[in-house]
Design a protein around this ligand. Structure first.
Ligand code: IMP
Ligand code: MG
Length: 178
């Protein structure tokens, strides 16, 4: 991608500090048998750091993964959410935290939340690295949020543009050079 550059929005150090703060907030709630569910794929780097921060914050947890697809045409969400890979854990009666990279329209997380609640998880909480409220289409707020994010398409720290840039250790904005 020679004709693109990435401008840093949240650098690695700032993200690391915030991830530790969120882990401490979550630990304060003292959930029993907490099940952490990263919503794949975009959350995998955030979740990996958050899980270790939760350990450092003194929390014992279980982890399972949910992979959802929100049928995005390019950088715009179409609204339909489907399960690509379901959790293997029986969530009934469990405290669950869904972890995602970005809360934008809210459809992905609302779908995951409804799914877990319908299966009897209680409480069902949500934790997102970035909140992008401008395009919200459902009434949902995350219980734990890393940063408020401007209405820009961001990449890095797990987030992609056409499968590129997930490996970047920071969150940035793609700038087309011409
Ligand atoms: P929602 O269902 O509109 O809330 O979609 C949220 C999902 O869309 C996130 O989990 C991301 O996977 C993806 N997404 C939304 N905005 C961006 C972005 O700026 N960069 C990369 N992925 C994004
Ligand atoms: Mg996602």
């Amino acid at each position: 991608m020679a004709d693109q550059r990435i401008d840093t929005l949240f650098d690695a150090e700032r993200i690391a500090v915030r991830v530790d703060e969120i882990a401490k907030e979550i630990a304060l709630a003292k959930f029993e048998r907490l099940l952490v569910i990263p919503v794949l794929k975009g959350s995998f780097v955030f979740a990996a750091d958050l899980l270790r921060a939760l350990h450092h914050a003194g929390l014992g947890i279980e982890v399972d993964f949910l992979s959802l697809s929100s049928y995005r045409a390019g950088t715009v969400s179409s609204g339909q959410v489907t399960i690509v890979r379901d959790v293997e854990t029986d969530v009934a009666g469990r405290a669950v935290i869904l972890v995602d990279d970005i809360l934008e329209s809210g459809r992905t997380l609302a779908f995951a939340k409804d799914l877990m609640a319908a299966r009897g998880a209680d409480p069902v909480l949500t934790c997102v690295l970035l909140n992008k409220p401008e395009k919200r289409a459902t009434q949902i707020d995350a219980d734990f949020t890393g940063f408020e994010c401007p209405d820009l398409f961001v990449v890095g720290y797990g987030m992609d543009m056409a499968h590129s840039y997930r490996e970047l250790p920071f969150v940035g904005v793609v700038i087309a050079d011409d």
